[in-house]
Design a protein around this ligand. Structure first.
Ligand code: PLP
Length: 236
């Protein structure tokens, strides 16, 4: 199939965006002495069509993030199999069974109850999902996530669930115009990880934090997964 001129413009723009995001990620790593391969880009594809996502795939992007199960179910089969998918949105209980086989990681386990349901369904389906626990670092009433004060107790319960592989923490800081405003929340998530690693006696490999506006700050504060949509695919 030949590409139209308009398609080529879109494809050039996404290629350029991806290149710039990777350059900024590398520079952020350099500033704090981290190895470039310590941080992976999750290209957030929600609302974008499979053809658009395929452009990023053709540019070498392999890891993608979706926040709605229905949408992901429709699109994931349209992308080549080497694409890997992470679920980053609020997971409704009645969508767990559909989500589990599609996603290699769930970033957004936002309650012990949800974790227990995932564990139960994973057992029925013979799966071992890798999960991150979403922490409501700023304590915003409007946000999902485990409050910082409950984090240790919640993580202890989630750790005891036999089917779940607990691999880290995720957060979404309050919306801010200046990315520096996100820094204290990213730092707090990293400190929380250090505390619970001691109290639970285990390592948590991942910190999922940073979006289009603040991913470089998140990398400076220790992010291992940055979730970037708009900077790659444009406004939704
Ligand atoms: C949409 C979304 C993102 C990406 O946001 P951008 O500002 O477009 O980079 C990251 N994380 C979550 C949880 C999202 O829902």
């Amino acid at each position: 199939m030949s590409s139209t001129a308009a398609e080529m413009v879109i494809s050039d723009r996404i290629a350029g965006n991806l290149k710039r995001v990777h350059e900024e990620m590398a520079r952020a790593c350099d500033r704090v002495g981290r190895a470039h391969n310590e941080v992976e880009l999750v290209a957030v594809t929600k609302t974008h069509e499979a053809e658009t996502i395929a452009v990023a795939f053709d540019q070498g992007q392999r890891l993608f993030g979706e926040s709605r199960v229905q949408e992901a179910r429709a699109k994931i089969p349209l992308l080549p199999a080497p694409a890997r998918w992470h679920f980053i949105g609020h997971l409704q209980k009645n969508k767990i069974r559909h989500a589990l086989p599609l996603f290699e990681m769930i970033h957004s386990v936002d309650s012990v109850e949800l974790a227990q349901q995932i564990d139960r369904i994973a057992a029925e389906e013979g799966l071992h999902p890798r999960v991150l626990v979403e922490i409501n670092v700023a304590g915003e009433a409007s946000k999902h996530g485990v409050p910082v004060g409950n984090a240790e107790a919640a993580l202890e319960k989630i750790l005891a669930l036999p089917r779940l592989s607990l691999e880290g923490l995720m957060t979404i800081p309050p919306l801010a115009r200046d990315p520096e405003n996100s820094r204290p929340f990213f730092r707090k998530l990293r400190q929380l990880r250090e505390e619970v690693e001691v109290s639970l006696g285990m390592k948590l490999a991942h910190l999922s934090m940073g979006m289009s506006d603040d991913f470089t700050v998140a990398i400076e504060e220790g992010a291992t997964l940055v979730r970037v949509g708009t900077r790659i695919f444009g406004a939704r």
